[in-house]
Ligand binder design. Sequence first.
Ligand SMILES: C[S@@+](CC[C@H](N)C(=O)[O-])C[C@H]1O[C@@H](n2cnc3c(N)ncnc32)[C@H](O)[C@@H]1O
Length: 221
Amino acid sequence: MVVLTPRLQAVADYVEPGSIVADIGTDHAYVPAYLLQHGIIRTAYACDINPGPLQNARQTIAQNALSGVEFLLSDGMLALEGKQFDTVIIAGMGGELIARVMAQSPLSRQKQLCFILQPMTKADYLRTFLYREGFAVREETFAAEEDKLYSILKVFYTGESVQISNAYALLGGAKAHPLFEQKRQREIVRLRKIDASLQHKADSEPMREEILQLIKEIEEY
Ligand SMILES: C[S@@+](CC[C@H](N)C(=O)[O-])C[C@H]1O[C@@H](n2cnc3c(N)ncnc32)[C@H](O)[C@@H]1O
């Protein structure tokens, strides 16, 4: 039986029952396995750029006596051309890599496709990229693991390019979530530390002003 960590559980919870899922960077295929095990989906593509992780994926599916998974050695979504699916999961990668995977395939510009994205780092970079490139975040949540807070985004392509604020890029839209206040305080502490480290550096005034402005935006967000 596959038991998911809170981060991957939050990802799995965003999958609509009956979806056909493509899990990019699947590694152990824990999310597809969980979704199959609970009857939430019947079919999935488990995709990874490396053969080792794809082998891990095969093992998880076999060990749990599951079926319905096609394994694809694929850079991002490139091997998914011509396949049928409606949901793409990209979890456990940095925000910049997720943005690159989204940018590199025209599949991402299909308006009916649902993308469930979970950046390990640089969520602000990813949100700015998504809105600039015509994607919109329809839903967003947090998951906590040990001392880490992760954002999980449900995203669709709209074709409308939007410029977002720096505060929104950093904090995201899950303002009603119980972990939101923790996220806000963490960002303020992080930025104050950067500001303190610049205090005695020459010519740091413009950068410090930007940081203080961002802290104000975050406090008022
Ligand atoms: C840290 S694991 C994440 C596993 C799982 N998705 C999770 O969230 O726990 C990242 C996986 O992404 C794969 N990966 C990295 N770049 C990729 C790319 N461009 N396309 C597909 N997979 C990629 C790696 O081989 C690795 O198995």
